[in-house]
Design a protein. Structure first.
Ligand code: GAL
Length: 703
């Protein structure tokens, strides 16, 4: 069953509050009352799991060595009584003041040389040996004290590695560690480093590894090759920090899963790398945009499912208002409903809301939660949404005989390469403030959801070697690096077997050391084509191109490619602008089994007309016809083949199932204005296979 949960903070509860009851009496509410009432109330709205403890260090150990878990034990006992399962967290994201006073140089230093003070969170340096020792000590204490409590089913390590820019620290300990890391990477060969870092440029040659500093903020750009190595080094340090805790937890708190809550609002640490040691991937789902961006959520959920190729947990769901944007606007309540369903359909097995009750104080006092500040509210709108969600899951189980999430899996059609090193490479030498890998992946997600194709991810082409044959299409969304010989061979095999590859601009332009390639985008043969020019477009600059009778507009980045090998055909041409007359899309379709490789020479528009043209031209078979405002995901539960359609807009949308996909039955549900579940249509038959999906509704369709 899909698990509903919440972050819960027994450590934040005031010792007691005095409240007036309706009959005019004064009631003392102690923290003990609150805990037992909270767990009962959670049960009534379908919550069966909590996550606790991630910022609790100074509560548990107020003085060095004086450890007191009384409050948490009380909470764990009450969780057990109410059959609520607990993910406990290690508290290392917030070292207490006494510890910072004891070791002041555990505080991190920013790129600008500013010491991060005590008073917020993530104020520690991954490279500090004493902090590593303290992290091991407190993890052992937590594991020993609560790690064998029957309510505890799993552990979360720390909290959001890298959040607030904290993956990169510029301390003395980091400098020493970075030098050692470089010594290993370059096998003590300083000339190899000089070559890779292109140090002749601006007279940066090094004679020894001891001369190397950290990439601090400088007048102009720092060395981009050094910066890429520094980011690799930083992920290694975070991984080592995590490893210490994993090892202790496995030993002292056996038979519990271990997770971490990844963030995708930033990409400073490589989540592929960190997830290797974890049992389950955790994800904190928040939105940066003023208007929610469900397409971006789509691929972020899919990326999380791909990290370990299994179901994941949403460990924090934005509940909806936050406190960290310039203006923390209110959102329509149905977003909470829709996001929960979207996550479940895309492979999340649990959703923990952040958090149970709005905090009375602290930096997040305005942040939303399941319960409002006002203790008189007997049922909050979020509680009603949770109940509606639970009811929907029960209804779907009844009508379709399937339970969300297990064993629901998403059919995989399109495999997209998402390599953090590639993202870093583009960020470091950006050339365009308009360009981001995220936006390219938004396009890939839009393509999939408007055609009913499943989306998943792999780190690199060679990492995908085993799974690639199961896919119909591989997408390189501006994957920065040259293909290795092995990768070229894999691509060749894939297209020969009938696969379709689509690459977006900026693919294959760099070497792994972040230098420019001399033979960019060599796919099959170095002499197939060459690049005469490429570059950035302004935000309002468009590069129109013609494909058959249709005209589309390229954006953001364009490439001027000269074809040499006639197996490559121009499928579309720039009609004006600097690259007029040059191909806007090139394709090689000279392979067995109708396989083909298609490269887009400008960042594509994400309108449905272009997506349909691209799908047709690349030989992909869409499952549905719809517009991009409807998200259609293929889902599979046991023997059931289904489509799920989510309408995030305020107007009714339509979809038509294509090909062999006859609709057998469908159910559409939404929230009414009081956040109660409203079934719009159910078990209907679908004339001419056209299904109308009501505004802000989810529709499950059995094929
Ligand atoms: C998350 C963080 C939580 C809370 C939340 C506020 O990034 O893990 O502790 O701060 O943001 O939106």
């Amino acid at each position: 069953m899909f698990v509903l949960g919440t972050a819960y903070y027994p450590d934040y509860l005031p010792d007691e509050v005095l409240a007036k009851t309706p009959d005019g009496q004064t009631r003392r509410i102690t923290w003990q009352n609150r805990i037992s009432e909270d767990f009962k109330r959670m049960r009534t709205c379908g919550i069966s799991a909590v996550r606790m403890g991630e910022f609790s260090w100074s509560t548990v150990e107020p003085q060095p060595g004086r450890i007191n878990f009384a409050r948490f034990r009380y909470a764990l006992d009450h969780a057990s009584v109410n059959d609520i399962k607990v993910i406990f967290c290690t508290p290392t994201a917030t070292p207490p003041k006494w510890l910072v006073d004891k070791y002041p140089d555990i505080l991190p230093i920013t790129r600008e040389g500013r010491k991060i003070p005590f008073g917020s969170r993530r104020h520690y340096d991954f490279c500090h040996p004493m902090y590593l020792a303290e992290s091991r000590r407190i993890t052992s204490a937590f594991a020993q004290d609560v790690g064998n409590h029957p309510a505890v089913i799993g552990w979360q390590i720390d909290n959001e590695f890298g959040c607030h820019g904290s993956a990169y620290s510029f301390t003395e300990h980091a400098r020493v560690a970075f030098r050692k890391w470089l010594l290993d990477r370059y096998k003590a060969d300083i000339e190899a480093l000089n070559r890779d870092w292109f140090t002749a440029f601006w007279s940066q040659r090094y004679n020894t590894f001891e001369q190397i500093e950290l990439p601090l903020a400088s007048w102009a750009d720092q060395n981009p090759h050094m910066e890429l190595d520094f980011r690799r080094f930083s992920t290694d340090k975070v991984a080592a920090f995590q490893h210490d805790q994993v090892e202790i937890l496995r030993r002292l708190s056996p038979n519990r899963f271990i997770t971490h809550n990844f963030m995708t609002l930033f990409s400073d640490v490589c989540a592929w790398r960190l997830s290797e040691e974890l049992d389950i991937v955790g994800f904190d789902h928040y939105q940066m945009e003023t208007e929610p961006h469900p397409t971006s959520s789509h691929w972020q959920f899919a990326l999380m499912r791909s990290l370990k190729r299994q179901l994941f947990f949403v460990l924090e769901q934005q509940p909806l208002q936050v406190n960290w944007q310039a203006t923390n606007r209110r959102y329509a309540y149905d977003w909470l409903f829709l996001w929960g369903i979207q996550a479940a359909l895309l492979g999340s097995a649990a959703m923990y809301y952040f958090s149970w009750q709005r905090f009375p104080g602290g930096a997040e006092q305005y942040h939303d939660a399941i319960l409002p500040h006002d203790i008189r509210v007997s049922e909050s709108w979020q509680e009603r949404v949770l109940k509606a969600k639970r009811q929907l899951f029960d209804l779907l189980a009844q009508q379709f005989g399937v339970t969300l999430a297990e064993p629901m899996t998403v059919e995989d059609d399109v495999l997209c390469i998402y390599d953090f090193e590639s993202v870093w490479s583009h960020d470091i030498a950006a050339q365009s403030a308009e360009y981001s890998t995220r936006r390219q992946v938004d396009f890939v997600a839009a393509l999939c959801q408007s055609s009913g194709l499943g989306l998943s991810f792999a780190r690199t082409i060679s990492d995908a070697a085993e799974i690639l044959p199961h896919y119909k299409c591989l997408v390189l969304p501006g994957y920065a690096f040259e293909f290795t010989a092995e990768e070229r061979q894999l691509l060749q095999q894939f297209v020969n077997a009938g696969g379709s590859v689509i690459s977006l601009p900026r693919t294959g332009m760099k070497k792994r050391n972040n230098q420019m390639s001399e033979q960019p985008l060599t796919i099959f043969d170095a002499n197939d084509f060459y690049f005469e020019d490429f570059g950035a477009l302004l935000s309002d600059e468009k590069e129109p191109f013609k494909a058959g009778a249709q005209t589309f507009e390229g954006t953001t980045w364009a490439e001027k490619i000269k074809i040499v090998n006639e197996n490559w055909k121009p499928l579309a041409q720039f009609t004006s602008g600097l690259y007029r007359g040059f191909p806007a899309v090139i394709q090689n379709a000279s392979f067995a089994n109708q396989g083909r490789y298609t490269h887009l020479c400008a960042c594509p528009p994400s309108d449905v007309a272009f997506i349909s043209w691209l799908i047709a031209t690349t030989g992909l078979l869409p499952r549905v016809k719809t517009n991009k405002n409807l998200h259609v995901y293929p889902v599979q539960a046991g023997q059931h083949r289904m489509l799920a359609a989510l309408n995030f807009t305020d107007v009714e949308q339509e979809l038509q199932a294509l090909g062999q996909n006859a609709v057998r039955k469908f159910t559409t549900a939404t929230l009414d204005p009081h956040q109660k579940l409203k079934v719009v249509s159910s078990n209907g038959t679908a004339p001419a296979a056209i299904i109308k999906v009501a505004p802000r509704a989810v529709c499950l369709i059995e094929l």
